[in-house]
Ligand binder design. Structure first.
Ligand code: ADP
Ligand code: MG
Length: 447
């Protein structure tokens, strides 16, 4: 099965990606619902996890539906010829434990990732409220008004990060028992308990924790029995004064498909929305991660990434990691050119056909003028110059003709557009910093 999964992935990602990142994966043991894959270094492990983790999991599941989770581990000195699972089991003992991962109730919960701490979480407008709530729960679990804590927001915006941070913080201070798991894991455990007729034990275990955190609750939509079980656990814990933290991709009221009474209870404590990132927050996150990587990444490159990858912090992080890895490998600094080259395939997914409206919007934003001034008659240079740049870019990046472009800019004549194009080209030659600005705009728009 592994060979089939591997080949499938190889055909999906292509030979180069495969050789760079995936060839070194070695099959490890299979335990119940979990399959272990080994990688020779921590860096590779993290990389493969962030870039291919989910895909690997899905492919495995289609191959073999007993496998619910793919676990990636570091094991040094591997040869990339896959041993049989039996062979692999022999050296499981030697795997170094992940350092400092608090493993309270390892029988029940998933270990917390020490990298997901409050310190490594970059706070900005979109997430400050959720962050403050998480901090509060970590300081004083089960405070009235904060139980349950319900965190919600889109993919890759930091829900899991905050939950791990709460868990780590609580276990740091001592005798609080924390159980963290995904809703999917919860369901699997529940089903396994039913199968092995140990539901009582399962319930007791769950109900003995001080803090229960369930990630990605939307997974329980349509899983009525598991929802029912969760509901009872939830009530038992809250009634006993224990803290519950839950995350989902939508607010309780929007999670249609969850039982009404469960939704109602979920909304009873604190509900905190993590909003989509802003450009400023993305820059701050990139700056923090670049600093942590120890590699110098120019501000222009960070700006470029923050403009191109807007929806998901995980992807933003992945792009930066790739740049840093590349710079390390070839021993050359990161530049805007290498960035575009190294991330070509990754950024393709973010490409759309550029429209004139988009060009106008981005240019207006960049030079801080009103969008309406793109078609206004104002001729002050502060307005006219960006307008000319937008025309120039429209000519370069779209297949529109000069008259068509002119029409979009307040019905200007095609000669005006022609003049703008040659004027901008001229200025770019005279003024390198202006040229760099226009160039950056072009790259951001075009990809
Ligand atoms: P979610 O669970 O909401 O899908 P995650 O918590 O898994 O998102 O976040 C995805 C990745 O982005 C993680 O590596 C996380 O550390 C990182 N991340 C998200 N938001 C932030 C932030 N504000 N500061 C630092 N890292 C962040
Ligand atoms: Mg998550």
């Amino acid at each position: 099965a592994w060979l089939r999964v591997r080949d499938k992935l190889k055909s999906e990602v292509g030979e180069v990606e495969y050789r760079t990142w995936l060839r070194q994966i070695v099959l490890g043991p299979i335990e119940e619902d979990e399959i272990v894959l080994y990688l020779p270094t921590r860096f590779l492990r993290d990389w493969v996890r962030s870039q291919y983790g989910e895909r690997l999991q899905t492919l495995w599941r289609t191959e073999n539906d007993v496998v619910q989770r793919v676990e990636l581990q570091v094991k040094r000195g591997l040869t990339p010829s896959a041993p049989t699972p039996e062979e692999a089991t022999e050296f499981t003992e030697e795997i170094p434990a992940t350092p400092a991962a608090p493993e309270i109730r390892s029988d029940l919960a998933v270990p917390l990732d020490p990298r997901f701490s409050f310190d490594s979480f970059v706070v900005g407008k979109p997430n400050e409220f959720a962050y403050a709530c998480a901090r509060r729960v970590a300081e004083k679990p089960s405070s009235p008004g904060f139980n349950p804590l319900f965190l919600y927001g889109g993919v890759g915006l930091g829900k899991t990060h905050l939950m791990h941070a709460i868990g780590s913080e609580l276990t740091k201070t001592g005798n609080v028992s924390v159980a963290y798991m995904s809703a999917e894991k919860f369901m699997y455990r529940f089903i396994a308990a039913i199968r092995s007729q140990s539901t009582m034990e399962f319930k007791e275990q769950l109900r003995s924790v001080d803090v229960l955190m369930i990630d990605d609750l939307q997974f329980l939509i349509g899983k009525d029995n598991t929802q029912e079980e969760f509901f009872h656990t939830f009530n038992a814990l809250v009634d006993a004064g224990r803290q519950i933290v839950v995350s989902a991709d939508k607010s309780p009221s929007d999670l249609s498909g969850l039982e009404d009474r469960l939704r109602t209870r979920l909304g009873c404590g604190m509900v905190a929305d993590i909003h989509a990132t802003t450009f400023e927050l993305r820059i701050s996150i990139l700056e923090a991660k670049a600093k942590a990587s120890g590699t110098v990444v120019p501000a222009k490159v960070l700006e470029y990434l923050a403009h191109k990858i807007t929806t998901n912090v995980r992807e933003l992080e992945g792009a930066l990691n790739r740049l840093v890895a590349h710079a390390d490998l070839v021993g050359r600094p990161v530049t805007l050119d290498t960035t575009q080259d190294v991330l070509k395939d990754m950024l393709k997914a973010h490409d759309r056909r550029v429209t004139i409206e988009e060009i106008q919007r981005k240019v207006a934003e960049h030079w801080n003028i009103r969008l309406t001034d793109m078609s206004s008659a104002r001729r002050a240079r502060a307005v006219a110059r960006p307008r000319q740049v937008a025309m120039f870019l429209a000519k370069q990046l779209t297949s529109r003709s000069l008259p068509e472009i002119g029409r979009k800019f307040g019905n200007r004549d095609h000669t005006t557009v022609m003049h703008a194009v040659s004027r901008v080209a001229e200025l770019m030659e005279q003024d390198p910093s202006f040229a760099e600005d226009v160039e950056l705009m072009r790259r951001m728009l075009e990809g």
